[in-house]
Unconditional design. Structure first.
Length: 250
């Protein structure tokens, strides 16, 4: 909350004294955002954007798990898919968005394809590194205690992969939102990106900032209501890392 208040104060000062009226202060932007929410316009377009985000994200998530595990466990799979992952990480997201629109047109399939090919290599490399970092000594310890395969997977392997899964989910989902907004910006008839473009064409700076602010609030809700909750539930067993002074250690 302290950061948010500080940000709003700096925003107000910049708008009042440095931008010569081009940047609206927080108050009119807040009024614009309230109007978008109260009239239902924000919900209507957000539903379309959320659909274009979730479907390709979970598809890329499922394929990335298979690829990441295969690359982490098999040297041949790692050598075969390594170049493809690097290429996928190298090609700019905007290029994929334009290519998908040129191939599939301004359709839902075009949005799904763009998000899928952009997010897939990033999530794959997270699972790949996670599988490679599994502590084999813990798996051998489980064998000593006669763990079956299910217990080993649930109690030994998955807890070591949870941090990578959450990291992949965070960055993958945030990237999905950005890509979908760019694709909608290219000419879709609905969605948050389309509405930002519409306000841009009308030179409605307050509208552009209102949609951006609402988009940011939605991402914060997903982060703190979703990923933070999962993190505390799945990784609550991890000890906190702290730095003690020399006097405290003595």
């Amino acid at each position: 909350m302290l950061f948010v208040v500080s940000f709003l104060i700096v925003w107000h000062l910049v708008a009042e004294f440095l931008t010569e009226g081009l940047l609206p202060p927080p108050h009119p932007v807040g009024q614009e955002a309230y109007t978008l929410v109260s009239t239902g316009e924000f919900i209507e377009h957000t539903i379309d954007t959320v659909r274009r985000v979730t479907i390709p994200f979970f598809a890329a998530w499922a394929v990335s798990i298979a690829l990441g595990v295969a690359m982490g466990l098999s040297a041949r799979a790692e050598k075969f898919f390594d170049a493809g992952v690097v290429i996928g990480l190298t090609v700019p997201g905007l290029a994929w968005a334009i290519i998908s629109v040129m191939i599939f047109g301004l359709s839902e399939v075009g949005a799904y394809f763009a998000v899928f090919v952009i997010v897939l290599p990033m999530i794959t490399i997270n699972f790949w590194e996670g599988v490679k970092d599994i502590d084999m000594d813990l798996i051998e310890m489980g064998e000593v205690f006669d763990f079956d395969r299910y217990t080993t997977l649930r109690r030994v392997i998955l807890p070591q992969l949870y941090p990578y899964m959450l990291s992949a989910g965070r960055f993958g989902l945030s990237l999905c939102w950005k890509v979908v907004v760019i694709v909608e910006f290219l000419g879709f008839g609905s969605g948050i990106g389309y509405m930002i473009l519409n306000d841009y064409n009308n030179f409605n700076m307050a509208g552009v900032l209102a949609w951006t602010a609402l988009f940011t609030v939605l991402m914060l809700v997903i982060e703190y209501g979703g990923f933070k909750t999962l993190e505390s539930h799945l990784l609550g067993w991890r000890p906190e890392v702290g730095v003690r002074s020399a006097e405290a250690q003595q």
